[in-house]
Structures are given as structure tokens and as C-alpha cells.
Unconditional design. Structure first.
Lengths: 296, 339
């Protein structure tokens, strides 16, 4: 018994901590210099899946679509307690908008199969769109509950969930499978377990294993992969061909939204009146605002 | 080149048996887009006993309302609502579909876009119509979907040139509410709904809603604090100042994330957009997402200890210094002068 939860996670640039060096002279962002982090709300989603596993048994699989280095967040998922990890990666996925991303993720989920829950953070901090979750649910033909705050109860094939609505909350009962996006305060993510870190810091994707074999004639990729699988430290790696995807629906080709123009934000000339932080300065300002009938 | 039906649709959300403000704001903007496109503005209303809501959209120039009215639809539910709307969009293929970037809009719009395999741009801060040259092709009358991106360091203009349906969400307050002087005589078209068992996979057990007491948009004076205040105790000064001068308290996203102020008081791209008579920004650096939500304020006072903070770029009055000293001085002087 138990439930199989699939958790959608994303590696995101740390947009909250943009320093001077990250901004190029022309005002654009140098992505390569931005630290890449585990999107916090996705970590909360993983915690909820792990709590369900703690209480009811079952399996937790973490999955991400991204470049090879996105394996970092999958290792973090393994540190926290995920049983399986899947990196969905292919050069042809580059430039995907939410429609193309949800297509790839939904096909990967179909391949993994047999799930009761799909969890994801409400949104990722790099785009704040909150679209990939609902679009994945639509493609899988399953219900969704967005802005979830709490799993209240779980019985057989039904879950009762509290979610935020405008000006309050709502309690919903859903049949499984269901896709659920969670708010950041829903639960507090557990710390990494030292023993798991020791084990899974060595976990590798196929792409990383291939790198090891490059220039080393003693290593054979198939053998290496088998060794990692038998030690349970292989991160499943799926490409466009593995998933038999339609290339027209992936990456730039499959993305209807296009960036027409990007402008760096340039502030207009500074024309404000400088007020001294003194009694006299502030007093004069208040007088002026009173004269302009802004107060009262 | 694809052929577009240029009609502009707005999904009408409901609050207490009235259209939500954000929906009326979108109708106001949608009407301007429809005039530029030489097309029709249409509204979609789903619910129960919603004819009065439909009629209200005529005050905003709607030529036709598509209504689906059924007892089962009294509350928003993802599955039936998204099925009804997805199929309507698929059948009539409107050129533009607009949603409020509310919890419901953000639940519904992605499903409609996914079903119809079209693009969707979230949290736009401006919408325009323009002819565009993209990758050596000329496109007539595209919807420019403009939004800050990437931590607010850039402003991106998004287009969906090769799909005939363009969908965008917009936050409350971003577009101006502009009812017509006299209402138009529009048409109401009823769309039948046949409930299916699948629509009830998710059941509502309980709903709890409090009257939204925060009214930032309606307040003539707003005092907003940012992460620069450093802690909750300093944030209390914001409340004191607001109480003294008769304003509402607001915060930047960073202040909300830090727990200084509740999310319903967030000003900016992902919060509320305001245009008060006076906006006092304290300890707010002034990232583009924040400025997007307040830069049309009549008068802006910026208080910050960093003279280089971008907020000074849009302020009318700037005070460089420590808020913990400036605000108490401001409060005392104001009280004295009022006597």
C-alpha cells in the first residue's frame, strides 16, 4: 500500500540576490554568474510528499526538466528523502515556455506512470508564472488544486485539502490522482540527513557518467551505468528520444510565446527635490504638502 | 500567415454577486484594444443567476456576453469552468483573451491555454497592439504583452505571432477603471452546460471568506515600507506614520516575504497597483516590480539611507537618512502643525 508521489522541481537563478557583477554593462543579466538554487516552493512540495510517505508508506519520485547542471537539485531531493530522481534533459528542450515544458513533463510523468499525487510549488521565482503545474494537469487529464495550504486528510483514493482563495480559504475533497501546487508556508522542509548526503552526493546522471568515461579508455558507459544503478545512486536521465516526443512541441519550436524585445531598465534623470533629514527640512515638506491639499 | 479573429474576450470573475474590479478594469482596457483592432469586445460569465453581472459589462462597451448559467456552477471549480471556457475559446477563436491574475485566473487561464495549445503571459503590466517584424516576417496587429522579468532587471515584450489566440493575465489595479458615460446595448448569448460526473471529481466541502478590509486602491495616502527597515519593530513606525496622517500601510514584496506586512498589502507587479495622492516609500530600494505598482502616484516621497536607491529616480521628494529618526520627527511635526 502507500502512495506514489511525483514532485516537480526546478532549478532557478537566484533572482532575489542579484549583485552588481551580474548586471552587464548594457544592462542585461549575465545568467552564468547567478547562483542556481532549488526553487523554495518546490522544496515545500517535496516535504509534503515525504510526510505522506512517512505516514502512509509508498514512494516519492522527484523530476526536473533542465540543463545537465539541474542534477544538483535532484541530489538535494535525494538528500531530503526522495526515492527516485529523474532528469529530463535535451538540447532540443532549450528555450521552452510553459506550454512546451508542460508537454515534456506530462510525457515524462506518463512514462514513469502509476502515480497518486503530483506535487509542485505554486510558482518558480524566475518567472512567477504559476502555469506549468496546471498545464501539466490539463495534459494528463487530471484535476488540480492550486495554492494548497494543507493536506487535511487522506483516505484510500481521496484527499481532503485546504487551499487559499481570494479573501479566505476553501476545503476541497478530490479523488486521486490529482496535481497539487503548494504555498511556501504549507510545511517546513526537513534538513538533509547526513547519511543520505554521504550516499547521494555521489549520485550521477547519465550525462555526468558519460563525462567520466570521456578520455578514460578503461571505463565503459554501460558498465558504469549498471554499477551506479546497482548501488542505487543512478539519476534516471531521459532525453527527447527516450520519451519519443514530438520535436515540434519541444523547446523553442513548441513555444508559442516569443520574446520580441528586451529593454534594460534605465531610470530617467533624477529630478526629485532633496529634503534635508532635519526638523526644518521635514517641517517645510509637511507645509508644502498641506498647501497642496494632499493632507487633510 | 495565420488569420485572426480580432475579438477581445474578458473572463469576468465574481465577488459578492458583482463583477470583480479587476475584470471591469480589463474590460476598460479590452475596449481600447478592440477599437484599435476594429473588432468586438466580449465578456464571458460563468456561474449561477449571473444575468445582472452580465448586464453590468454593458457599461464598459461589451457588445456580447457569453453566459453559462447553472446551479452546479455557483462556485468556481477548476474542471467545469476550464472545460466550458476551453471549448468556447476553441470554437470561436478570439484573438485576445484576458484574465485577472487572481487565484482563480491563475488556476483557469493555464488550463485554457494548454487545451488550446496557445501562449500565455502572466502578470502583464501593459498591453498594446502593434505591427511587428519578427524573424523576417511581418505580423499585423499583434498583442504586445509587456512585463518585467528576471528579478525586475529587464522589461520584456512577449508576442505569440504564430498562434491565433493570445492570452494574458493582468493584476488588479494595473489597468484603469473607465466605465462609459452611457451603457451600450449588448447581446446576451446563453451557452448550455451539461454537467458530467467528471466535473465533480473535486468537491467543495467548505468555504470561508472574510470581507477584504484592506482597500489600498481606494486610499488617497499610502505609507509603504521595505526590507530596508530591517525588522518588524521598525515596521511599526510605518503603521504609526500612516495612522497619524490618515493613510493605509503597504509593503514591498521583500517586506511581505520577510513577514513585516501581510500579502494583501503588497504593492507592485505581483501585488496591487495604486495611484494615491501621496505615496511615501520608506526603506524601499525601488525595483522595477515595485515601481510598476506605484509610479503613477500623484506625489511620491522616498526615504532611504542609500542615496543611490532607484526609488529616488521616480520620487518628487527625497530624504536621505535613517528612517528610525526621520519618521518620528515627521510624526511629531505633523501633530504640532495640525494643532
Amino acid at each position: 500500500m502507500g502512495y506514489h508521489s511525483i514532485v516537480l522541481v526546478k532549478q532557478v537563478p537566484d533572482t532575489a540576490n542579484i549583485s552588481g557583477q551580474v548586471m552587464k554593462e548594457d544592462g542585461t543579466v549575465n545568467r552564468a554568474l547567478l547562483p542556481a538554487i532549488f526553487n523554495h516552493e518546490d522544496r515545500v512540495a517535496l516535504e509534503i510528499a515525504l510526510q505522506i510517505q512517512d505516514n502512509f508508506g509508498g514512494t516519492v519520485s522527484a523530476i526536473t526538466m533542465g540543463p545537465p547542471r539541474a542534477s544538483d537539485v535532484l541530489r538535494e531531493c535525494l538528500f531530503m528523502g526522495a526515492d527516485n530522481a529523474y532528469l529530463i534533459s535535451d538540447r532540443k528542450f532549450a528555450g521552452a515556455d510553459t506550454l512546451a515544458t508542460s508537454y515534456v513533463l506530462s510525457e515524462a510523468i506518463k512514462k514513469i506512470g502509476n502515480y497518486d499525487f503530483i506535487f509542485a510549488g505554486r510558482q518558480a521565482i524566475d518567472g512567477d508564472t504559476a502555469q506549468v503545474g496546471p498545464q501539466t494537469a490539463e495534459k494528463l487529464g487530471i484535476p488540480q488544486i492550486t495554492y494548497a495550504q494543507e493536506i487535511i486528510s487522506l483516505k484510500e483514493n481521496h484527499a481532503v485539502i485546504k487551499k487559499k482563495i481570494e479573501g479566505g480559504y476553501e476545503i476541497l475533497e478530490t479523488a486521486l490522482p490529482c496535481l497539487i501546487t503548494v504555498l511556501k508556508d504549507a510545511v517546513f522542509p526537513r534538513p538533509y540527513k547526513a547519511k543520505r548526503v554521504m550516499t547521494y552526493k555521489n549520485a550521477k546522471t547519465l550525462i555526468e557518467l558519460e563525462k567520466l568515461t570521456e578520455g578514460n579508455s578503461l571505463l565503459y558507459i554501460d558498465q558504469l551505468k549498471y554499477e551506479y544503478i546497482s548501488k542505487h545512486i543512478y539519476i534516471n536521465t531521459l532525453t527527447m528520444d527516450d520519451l519519443k516526443l514530438d520535436s515540434e512541441r519541444c523547446g523553442v519550436a513548441g513555444s508559442p510565446t516569443k520574446v520580441h524585445k528586451i529593454e534594460s531598465v534605465v531610470l530617467k534623470g533624477n529630478k526629485h527635490e532633496n529634503i534635508e533629514p532635519t526638523k526644518q527640512g521635514i517641517g517645510n515638506l509637511i507645509d508644502k504638502l498641506m498647501e497642496d491639499h494632499i493632507f487633510g | 500567415m495565420i488569420k485572426r479573429n480580432n475579438d477581445v474576450w474578458v473572463f469576468i470573475e465574481q465577488r459578492n454577486d458583482r463583477p470583480a474590479d479587476v475584470s471591469l478594469e480589463l474590460l476598460s482596457k479590452g475596449r481600447k484594444l478592440a477599437i484599435e483592432l476594429n473588432s468586438q469586445l466580449k465578456a464571458v460569465v460563468i456561474g449561477y443567476n449571473v444575468e445582472n453581472i452580465a448586464v453590468e459589462t454593458f457599461n464598459y462597451g461589451v457588445s456580447e456576453v457569453l453566459i453559462t448559467d447553472h446551479p452546479e456552477l455557483i462556485h468556481y471549480k477548476t474542471l467545469p469552468y476550464s472545460k466550458i471556457l476551453s471549448e468556447l475559446v476553441e470554437k470561436f477563436r478570439p484573438g485576445v483573451v484576458l484574465f485577472g491574475a487572481t487565484i482563480i485566473g491563475r488556476d483557469l487561464a493555464p488550463r485554457v491555454a494548454s487545451y488550446n495549445k496557445c501562449g500565455l503571459t502572466a502578470d502583464c503590466t501593459d498591453l498594446q497592439i502593434a505591427d511587428v517584424k519578427y524573424l523576417r516576417n511581418e505580423y499585423k496587429n499583434l498583442l504586445l504583452q509587456i512585463r518585467p522579468a528576471f528579478g525586475g532587471n529587464i522589461i520584456a515584450t512577449i508576442i505569440t505571432p504564430d498562434v491565433d489566440i493570445q492570452i494574458a493575465t493582468v493584476r488588479e489595479g494595473v489597468m484603469r477603471l473607465e466605465p462609459l458615460v452611457s451603457s451600450v446595448k449588448g447581446k446576451i448569448t446563453n451557452i448550455a452546460y451539461h454537467p458530467s460526473e467528471l466535473d465533480n471529481i473535486v468537491k467543495i466541502i467548505e468555504q470561508h471568506r472574510e470581507e477584504n478590509r484592506v482597500n489600498l486602491k481606494g486610499s488617497p495616502i499610502i505609507v509603504a515600507g521595505g526590507y530596508g527597515l530591517g525588522n518588524k519593530a521598525n515596521f511599526k513606525l510605518i503603521q504609526e506614520l500612516a495612522d497619524t496622517i490618515g493613510g493605509e500601510v503597504a509593503g514591498s514584496r521583500a517586506a511581505v516575504d520577510a513577514g513585516f506586512v501581510t500579502p494583501d498589502r503588497q504593492v507592485g507587479q505581483t501585488g496591487v497597483t495604486v495611484r494615491p495622492k501621496l505615496y511615501i516609500a520608506v526603506g524601499i530600494s525601488g525595483a522595477i516590480q515595485h515601481r510598476a505598482g506605484m509610479q503613477e502616484s500623484n506625489k511620491i516621497i522616498a526615504i532611504n539611507n542609500d542615496p543611490e536607491a532607484p526609488i529616488f529616480g521616480i520620487a518628487h521628494y527625497g530624504i536621505v537618512g535613517d528612517a528610525a529618526q526621520i519618521i518620528p520627527t515627521f510624526i511629531n511635526l505633523f501633530k504640532q502643525k495640525l494643532r
